[in-house]
Design a protein around this ligand. Sequence first.
Ligand SMILES: Cc1ncc(C[n+]2csc(CCOP(=O)(O)OP(=O)(O)O)c2C)c(N)n1
Ligand SMILES: [Mg+2]
Length: 386
Amino acid sequence: MGRETKRREGRTARAETKNENAVASRPSALFTREQLLDLYYWMRLTRTLEERLVALYRQTKVVGGLFRSLGQEADAVGSAYALERRDIMSPLIRNLGAMLVKGATPVEILKQYMARGDSPTRGRELNIHFGDTDRGFIGQISPLGDMIPVMAGVTLTFKMRQEDRVGLVYIGDGATSTGAFHEGINFAAVQRCPLVVIVENNGYAYSTPTAKQTAAKQFVDKAIGYGIPGEQADGNDVLAVYDVTKRAVDRARRGEGVSLVELMTYRRKGHAEHDNQSYVPTGEIERWEAENDPIARFVARLRDEFSFKPAEIEATDDRVRRVVDEATDVAEQSGLPEALDALAGVYADPPAEKPLWFREGKGGVVDQHERPEGWGTFSTQPGDKH
Ligand SMILES: Cc1ncc(C[n+]2csc(CCOP(=O)(O)OP(=O)(O)O)c2C)c(N)n1
Ligand SMILES: [Mg+2]
């Protein structure tokens, strides 16, 4: 091989490595136009679906609270987009966008919020508290922080079975103050579980601002204490969210263990719809809305950087509106659950179950107690004991 050819090959190899490095650090550079529009679709769908839920809430059709992710759509969508179908994610109440990306449907979400009889949990759980391991999202439990040890366990099984799967768990700034967060992330780090822990720093935990949550300057610093890599990113830039998450997912897939990702975002609505946000400093919400809305920012990039035409973006908006309208019609036609259905799948059918040996022939505990007269009863009839 001539010296010139060798030198040229050396240059190409160097250029390729540089390119590979650039792609590894910014994997979104490989996105096709369809994928860029796809990201926009999921963010817009999240927002429009939540807006529809607000309308239904005001019509008293939503049962229980309504939790918005207004201003956090890029955080949820960009991170979930970095997962493969076989990967498992554990969402929180503000991760509707992540659930949609992972395959939850608007009809399911609407039925679930309205507690319909044919909703995923048949009216026994509410909002986005449901899971489907086939589609790769597991049902969240309410105690804050507890999904970290659960996901440490889930991802430990991936490792033990040598499955090529990664787990992703979201946690709020407030929930990082729990013991479960510390125990779970420490265990996962020691076991080198293929897990990505996303701390969503949205400024508040209910009414507690982040400054009252931790004395650390930033949550990403906590990674050092667990001996794992940590990265912080702009949570309102959907491509930056995808990139930082994809890097962590790739590390996990390569067997390099847990990563902590801190996404900087802002909760523009209250904890739930009932919360009037009186504790938020004047002008703060308006400033984030005007200067840092994740959807408005991405629309500007689609237009200016990726030269999408307004008509292409509007066509996506129309598609989203159609999807949400049709889903609402379907969900509203569903009936409420049968009362007795509340027991199905929760308890074994009592008559079909043999009593445990030590209970055989015995009544309930209460039956064996002497009751004071009129115990546990109320009667308006004088002299009526029961
Ligand atoms: C262990 C525990 N403590 C308190 C609560 C009540 N609670 C539910 S959500 C919430 C605030 C959570 O804030 P954060 O973790 O920052 O998540 P965000 O709501 O901002 O997404 C609180 C205090 C709970 N569910 N579990
Ligand atoms: Mg928070």
